[in-house]
Write a protein that binds this ligand. Sequence first.
Ligand code: 5RP
Length: 226
Amino acid sequence: MNQDNPQEKLKALVGRAALEFVVPGALVGVGTGSTVNHFIDALAAMKQQIRGAVSSSKASTERLQRHGITVFDTTEVQSLPVYVDGADEIDGSGCMIKGGGAALTREKIVADLAERFICIADVSKRVEVLGAFALPVEVIPMAVPQVVRRFAALGGVATLRAGVLTDNGHPLLDVRGLRISDPMAMETEVNQWPGVVTVGIFARHRAQVCLLGTTSGVQRLDFLRP
Ligand code: 5RP
């Protein structure tokens, strides 16, 4: 991590700010990515005050455990008060594109256990309409060509992320050229396509709060549930 990088400083700022949402005595859901890494490092300072964490990736699990934070499996947990994660893009209603770090499926599973999704992001992630960032989609290999054709019919160009498999052992498509003006409708549609494991649109599991790192400090955005 380059501490002199301005974007990295904003990520560290919101990573620390998210600690105020961690519920003492409870488990906390932990996402994946460079912003979340700052959150994990900050969380280490209050590890005695929490029961432990539920993690969305092998990378986050390893980082949590290096800090001596106990990591619970999702199968052991029925609910979480809070899930903290980053985003590749977030719009004005809290809908997000996620999966730039290939962890979208586990992220959605852990987010689904949580009462509140706290998104932490630097200001560059805030967009009016989702889609400038290539949309990640985890797929079953035998369905790749037909999923690519379905995106083409919507005006999207889907390409395999070279050399990457998810923690679940599946390939990822990155879809460019989409303008996702109705994230809920597109998430619902793509979820129906055979062979799609997870689409990186988080509309059903949108953020309730976003802590946005700006040069003038942390801006808090609150969103209504769908
Ligand atoms: C990983 C994710 C990340 O939250 C997203 O890619 C943002 O990452 P970063 O904090 O490194 O910018 O969805 O699958």
